[in-house]
Design a protein. Structure first.
Length: 493
RNA sequence: GGCAUCGUGGCCGAGUGGCUAGGCAAGGCUCUGCAAAAGCUUGUACAGCGGUUCGAAUCCGCUCGAUGCCUCCA
């Protein structure tokens, strides 16, 4: 029996604003779409948080036994810089500035994106489609919406008629906005002469002669509007209605609202059953922005090459830090917060190492089954990773007590605890045990064991100068010795 | 200006109408040759001002502040 039959998952649905019981459209299968990055620069750390949240969600759904088709797109065309710059494509602009082919820009930053995500130990999505690879599908949707009278063509561009759509549908239901309010509060914007109304959005934009990224269409050469690619790719691979659509909070309006409008206009039904939105990442209490310098790239955290943090932090530490907050909360990154997470992360990893070495007894002073269910309860409650981690630390405490000989664990419970600790830490949270991999060769541990033996002999001879020298020199190399009841162990940082 | 979300102890963060979150940091104790590690233990919270209630940090109102969105930024 798959786990999902006994573990009842509840998910916060942005569309209803409530936590709802999750059951997929087709028993045993989950379709999930997440809006991916626009590959015109290095991946933003906040962007990584969003994708990490959905990586964790993907991992947990799989763990529950669902067969998950996870689609995360690459936006390699279609984003405009802004209206003031005559609607120039973001990628084309970058290409012009860097004197590169647009696809060279796309390739460079796609590689960067995958490289960073791989360091963060992300699972690859099932399908990673590109916008430029789905131009035909996008054109078909535009034709369909035009046929239904919910879009209009002006000078080779096609716009979605929001007012007309709103007569029979509810535009703004996801973001809690009303069309009347939007009309009343519209800012003055340039270059919108073509649109019937400022609320209308582009499905297809005419390409000016100097525009490099262009495709032929029934309306002349041009390129698709940004919102359309997600509608085309999500419905192509997941169907006209699918289970989960995710993305950052900032995409709720207008992007996701427009996706709903496009799909309802074209297919006549709401495309998504559960809308999920991950919250923003701030740094030192302020939003992250290149313009103010309050910004850091993931790679700069890993190498320590930045002016903001006191040292380098590994991808697993950053991952642990992010998992300590709920995905729907604003999370604030700071040097102190990362230092605290680093210690907590090491404590957890060392405890998992220690668990394997514990001596077993006849009884267990620790209810493993109910503890494990608490871990599931946390995850079932809208993927509450901070509560899960609190439960993992509860187990850490017991592991240490058993190590001290103050509690006992049976052989079978030890195996069960080990399985659960590894499952939740590595499989669900996606952490990696870095100290274990550093120590893999066995040569290091042989050398350190020898030094531990020499130090033990020195201590027995009351030669504390020698014993402290061994301890301090190893410490300077990042190898910490720990004296316990059962002898001395060590950890590598 | 409008809409939305949020404001928890030294720091990061869960949670919630009455019951310990957790991690890090700080103090005390145990252990130790001394430390570290580990265990035990202690303390300052729920932005401010009103209101509802037997009881609110949790519900309502206002104020202040933060973050996001308001035509293409995750």
């Amino acid at each position: 029996m798959p786990l999902y039959q006994s573990q009842k998952l509840r998910i916060q649905n942005s569309l209803s604003g409530k936590k709802e019981d999750f059951t997929p459209l087709n028993e045993g299968y989950v379709g999930m779409y997440v809006c991916g990055p626009t590959v015109y620069s290095n991946v933003h750390l906040g962007n990584c948080r969003t994708f990490m949240s959905f990586d964790m969600i993907f991992r947990y759904l799989k763990h529950l036994g669902y067969k998950v088709r996870y689609v995360r797109n690459i936006t390699d065309a279609g984003h405009l810089v802004d209206d003031a710059e005559d609607g120039e494509d973001k990628i084309a602009k970058k290409a012009r500035l860097e004197k590169l082919e647009p696809m060279e820009v796309v390739q460079r930053y796609t590689v960067d994106f995958h490289n960073i995500l791989s360091q963060f130990n992300f699972l690859p999505p099932s399908i990673e489609p590109t916008a430029t690879g789905h131009i035909i599908e996008q054109i078909e949707i535009i034709k369909d919406i035009l046929d239904k009278g919910l879009a209009y063509e002006v000078n080779g561009s096609v716009y979605f008629d929001v007012a007309k759509f709103n007569e029979t549908h509810e535009y703004g239901k996801l973001s809690g906005r009303k069309l009347e309010d939007m009309i009343a509060n519209t800012r003055e914007l340039a270059a919108q002469d073509e649109k019937n109304s400022p609320q209308d959005f582009a499905l297809w934009k005419r390409a000016e002669p100097q525009h490099i990224m262009r495709w032929p269409s029934p309306w002349g050469d041009g390129f698709p509007g940004w919102h359309l690619e997600c509608t085309a790719m999500s419905t192509k691979y997941l169907g006209e209605t699918f289970d989960i659509h995710g993305g950052g909070m900032d995409l709720k309006f207008p992007h996701h609202e427009c996706e709903i409008a496009q799909a309802e206009a074209s297919y006549g039904q709401s495309p998504v059953r559960f809308w999920m939105h991950a919250n923003m990442l701030t740094m030192n209490g302020k939003k992250m922005a290149k313009s103010t310098g309050n910004n850091i790239l993931p790679g700069e955290i890993f190498t320590g090459d930045n002016d903001i943090l006191s040292k380098a932090f590994s991808p697993s530490v950053v991952r642990f830090f992010m998992m300590q907050a709920h995905y729907t909360s604003i999370l604030d990154l700071s040097n102190d917060a990362l230092l605290a997470s680093e210690k907590g992360y090491r404590k957890l990893m060392e405890s998992i190492d220690v668990l394997g070495t514990l001596n077993t007894g006849n009884t267990t002073d620790f209810d493993i089954a109910s503890w494990r269910q608490k871990c599931y309860d946390a995850m079932n409650d809208d993927f509450n990773t901070p509560i899960l981690i609190a439960n993992l630390f509860d187990a850490v405490k017991h592991i240490n007590l058993i190590k001290e000989g103050k509690e006992s664990i049976s052989e079978i419970d030890k195996a069960n605890l080990m399985t659960s600790m590894r499952t939740f830490s590595f499989e669900v949270l996606g952490l990696e045990n870095e100290s274990a991999s550093k120590n893999e060769s066995g040569k290091l541990s042989g050398v350190v064991e020898l030094l531990i033996q020499l130090r033990k002999e020195a201590r027995e001879n009351k030669d504390f100068a020698t014993s402290d020298k061994i301890r301090d020199e190893l410490s300077a190399l990042g190898i910490q010795l720990k004296d316990g009841k059962e002898g001395t162990t060590f950890s590598v940082s």
